[in-house]
Design a protein around this ligand. Structure first.
Ligand SMILES: [Zn+2]
Length: 189
């Protein structure tokens, strides 16, 4: 294997580094709400659309396919609508690789680097879906944040990327709303 691009990824996943090519656009381990290694690349891609800071890390130069994939993942995650993703999946077939009795999904051999990276992310998505880890990814309930975090709560009830920050902001907002109502101000509805 030639050294193409340095990877900061610890790479515990066994997808043959299929996410290579997208590595330069995503930052793994961005707190809060870091996900387990197999899911973290998906979360990192989603968070390239950083709505808290109003920064889109893919906006300027990243391949269009990465933007489409990211936005399709958010639509799936937030709206439960798999439609946009289905189109991307159709355009990125996977193959089953058998090595020494072990099997894994991988991009097709003829896929170029961008398509291979997209396909590699689809492999991670399929694995996260079947492991149930996908359902722990959530968008922060603070509308000014919407950061994608991994919910580690036992009953999957987490609503904020961080209790200290967004949790506190949203709770004090709710408190003020209740105060206004109690003071005889306009009721919120
Ligand atoms: Zn948040």
């Amino acid at each position: 294997m030639l050294d193409d691009m340095p990877s900061v990824k610890p790479s515990p996943t066994k997808n043959g580094g299929a996410a290579d090519g997208i590595d330069r656009w995503i930052v793994l381990g961005g707190a809060p709400g870091v996900a387990p290694p197999g899911v973290e690349p998906l979360r990192a891609l989603l968070n390239t659309d950083d709505r808290f800071h109003g920064v889109d890390a893919l906006e300027a130069e990243a391949p269009r396919a990465f933007v489409l994939l990211r936005d399709a993942l958010r639509t799936l995650l937030v709206e439960g609508d798999a439609g946009p993703l289905a189109g991307i999946a159709d355009a990125h077939p996977l193959r089953l690789v058998v090595e020494q009795g072990h099997m894994r999904l991988a991009p097709t051999a003829e896929a170029g680097p961008v398509d291979a990276a997209v396909a590699g992310m689809l492999v991670l998505l399929a694995e996260a879906q079947s492991s149930g880890e996908w359902s722990r990814l959530k968008a922060c309930g603070n509308p000014d944040c919407q950061w994608i975090f991994y919910d580690t709560s036992r009953n999957r009830s987490g609503r904020w990327c961080s209790m200290q920050e967004c949790g506190a902001v949203m709770k004090s907002r709710a408190y003020r709303r209740r105060q206004r109502t109690a003071d005889g101000g306009e009721a919120p509805r």
